[in-house]
Design a protein around this ligand. Structure first.
Ligand code: ZN
Length: 370
């Protein structure tokens, strides 16, 4: 891949002249050490597009004072109670409460939001149309209901000018689109359904995600590291890392100019790893705004990558210190077992933590070093 192609659209001013320059010179010129905000503000020519988000179904109750009308509940069984909390349909650590010495915390992460249907036929079959949340291109259609825990699902690629993001629509019934189709926000993709794992007609909903993309080499990593077939190429859910689309809808409503680099940078950091620097990072080529102190990259022996609790990469920095392999260098102190907060990627509690086997594998996927 040429350096020119690695420079994301518009972020390298004068891209034509920079073709053939080393990637880091190009990125440094484009970004300097400026925080992302300045970068966006200073790049009027960078064709940063407003998100133009629309809701994916006719259910608009996310903006009402009745969130229970928007989010599909989950069945819960905890300490003799069997409630059906709607909050289990939100994004985040909202599922599977467990008791620990300090109280109760949630041990399972939900990477998207579950949206209730608003139309059903006499038998209870959901009828809601599912539509693209913004302009983009359909890049993946899984039409086999049994081929994924998502059931039938569609992935749409969006490019707002700072690297691609991917919306994912899961548990669909009938899919009415195909790979390669250009869509506008609000264009029909499918009918809401209840295909996939852990769902039935009563709990039919649209599971919606908005994701960063980790690695073009995902399939290779999957074959090496996971003992299961990969039917979805790079559009396997593991390679797509979800941000809080529910919170984004609210931010977007308050400020239609909200941009995703800033939204991501405002997520709470939870853990940081140091990993040997072996050439360029594919992820930084795709999302250069994740980079910090990139003027130090030539002298660096390692990368330090900071993640949210759920594993969203928040920033990447070259550092002089060497490392023999991915190692945890910082964790947010927590009385809750780190495994619950981090999708089992860390072990330990309090200020002590280390990478689990799956955490190590995850870092290898993110850094491309596997
Ligand atoms: Zn869901």
């Amino acid at each position: 891949m040429s350096n020119r192609r690695r420079c994301p659209r518009g972020l390298c001013a004068g891209q034509q002249r920079l073709a053939g320059w080393p990637l880091w010179i190009c990125l440094t010129l484009a970004l300097g050490a400026a925080p992302w905000g300045q970068m966006i503000a200073g790049s009027a020519r960078a064709q940063i597009e407003p998100l133009g988000l629309v809701l994916p179904t006719d259910n608009a109750a996310i903006f009402s004072d009745r969130p229970e009308d928007f989010y599909m509940y989950v069945h819960r069984s905890f300490e003799g109670q069997a409630p059906r909390p709607w909050s289990g349909g939100m994004y985040g650590n909202v599922r599977t409460p467990r008791r620990f010495p300090g109280g109760v915390s949630y041990s399972r992460f939900h990477e998207g939001i579950d949206i209730r249907p608003v139309r059903r036929d006499a038998r209870g079959e959901p009828l809601d149309e599912v539509r693209s949340i913004a302009a983009g291109r359909v890049v993946h259609v899984n039409a086999a209901a049994g081929g994924s825990s998502y059931g039938r699902y569609v992935v749409v690629r969006h490019d707002w000018g700072y690297g691609p993001f991917y919306s994912l629509y899961a548990h669909l019934n009938a899919i009415d689109t195909e790979v390669g189709r250009e869509v506008a926000g609000g264009d029909r993709l499918a009918t809401l359904g209840y295909t996939g794992v852990g769902i039935d007609r009563e709990r039919a909903h649209l599971h919606l995600e908005l994701n960063l993309f980790l690695s073009e080499r995902y399939d290779e990593w999957h074959r090496l590291r996971l003992n299961s077939p990969n039917r979805h190429g790079a559009y396997n859910g593991i390679n797509l890392v979800g941000i809080d689309i529910g919170a984004l809808y609210h931010e977007h409503r308050a400020n239609p100019k909200v941009a995703l680099p800033g939204f991501v940078s405002r997520m709470e950091p939870y853990w940081r790893v140091r990993a040997p620097k072996r050439g360029e990072l594919e992820l930084l080529g795709r999302y250069p705004w994740l980079g910090r102190s990139m003027d130090r990259v030539d002298a660096a022996a390692s990368w330090e990558l900071t993640f949210s609790r759920s594993g969203v990469p928040l920033r990447i920095e070259p550092v002089e210190q060497s490392s023999r392999g991915p190692e945890l260098v910082w964790v947010r102190e927590s009385a809750v077992p780190h495994a619950w907060n981090t999708r089992d990627r860390l072990t330990g509690t309090g200020a002590r933590a280390s990478l689990s086997a799956s955490g190590l594998n995850y870092v290898r996927l993110v850094t491309g070093d596997f």
